[in-house]
Write a protein that binds this ligand. Structure first.
Ligand SMILES: [Zn+2]
Length: 256
């Protein structure tokens, strides 16, 4: 087995993550030629910010070998490790890291930051670019699929009939709105990504001429349906959205 063979096993795990609706990242830990730990991203399924592929694989390797110290291991991961996972690799004393695609946003092996060149007691050797195109193509396919899902309009969900014919919501990636036909908006809700990549419902607006028709509630329902369709959850900061959430426990799978 060479480096590419092990990376192919990591890519298989990344594909498994993608099928489960997760950002596709996979990882294997190899000890003297034997795969002793496998992991893939499970952040959404486990609702756990720490459930990255590398930490999962390190955890499994520790269990397989019955010890925390992986001082003879090679770790293969499809995407450049983040700061948290680079820290995990250091703590596990893994001497060699092989990754696929670089990650300009969170990569901590030289892209966004370089943990392994810091003056720590343990410095792994790191080599990037192993089957990088396959890994990058997988990431692109995942985010493309996500964007297409998000664009799909949500089914209307509403018991009110008054004014429904006029309620032609328009959908964008992180915004749903009702145009006034003159370039402005009569109502809107926005849910941009926060600093941690989790969407935030941060703004709802309804024009005075539409008050009392339940439009804000319908915007909330539309936003929840759109987020649910794309398998995403959202934080809520807008005060209207906070009070709506408290009255709609059925949306608890989407609203944090
Ligand atoms: Zn990570």
């Amino acid at each position: 087995m060479d480096h590419e063979d092990y990376m192919r096993q990591a890519l298989d795990l990344a594909r498994e993550a993608m099928e489960a609706g997760e950002v596709p990242v996979g990882c294997v830990v190899v000890w003297e030629g034997r795969v002793v730990g496998r992991g893939r991203n499970r952040r959404e399924e486990d609702r756990d910010a720490l459930a990255h592929a590398e930490l999962m694989a390190i955890h499994e390797a520790n269990e397989t070998l019955g010890g925390w110290r992986l001082h003879k291991a090679d770790l293969y991961v499809t995407l450049e490790p983040c700061a948290m996972c680079a820290g995990g690799i250091v703590n596990a004393r893994i001497p060699r890291v092989w990754y696929g695609a670089a990650d300009s946003r969170f990569g901590a092996c030289g892209s966004a930051l370089d943990v392994f060149s810091a003056p720590l007691n343990h410095r792994p050797q790191v080599t990037g670019g192993i089957l990088a195109e396959e890994s990058a193509a997988l990431m692109q396919a995942f985010f493309q699929r996500l964007r297409e899902k998000r664009r799909k309009p949500a089914a209307p969900c509403c018991n009110e009939t008054k004014g429904d014919d006029l309620m032609e919501f328009q959908y964008e990636d992180s915004r749903i709105f009702l145009p006034d036909g003159k370039g402005g908006v009569l109502a809107e809700i926005t849910f941009p990504d926060g600093a941690d990549g989790v969407p935030v419902i941060d703004h709802t607006f309804v024009d005075g001429s539409l008050r009392g028709q339940g439009v804000a509630g319908r915007l909330m329902e539309a936003a929840v349906a759109a987020l649910r369709a794309s398998g995403r959850r959202a934080n809520v900061t807008c005060s209207y959205a906070v009070s709506w959430r408290d009255k709609h426990p059925e949306a608890a799978d989407v609203l944090l």
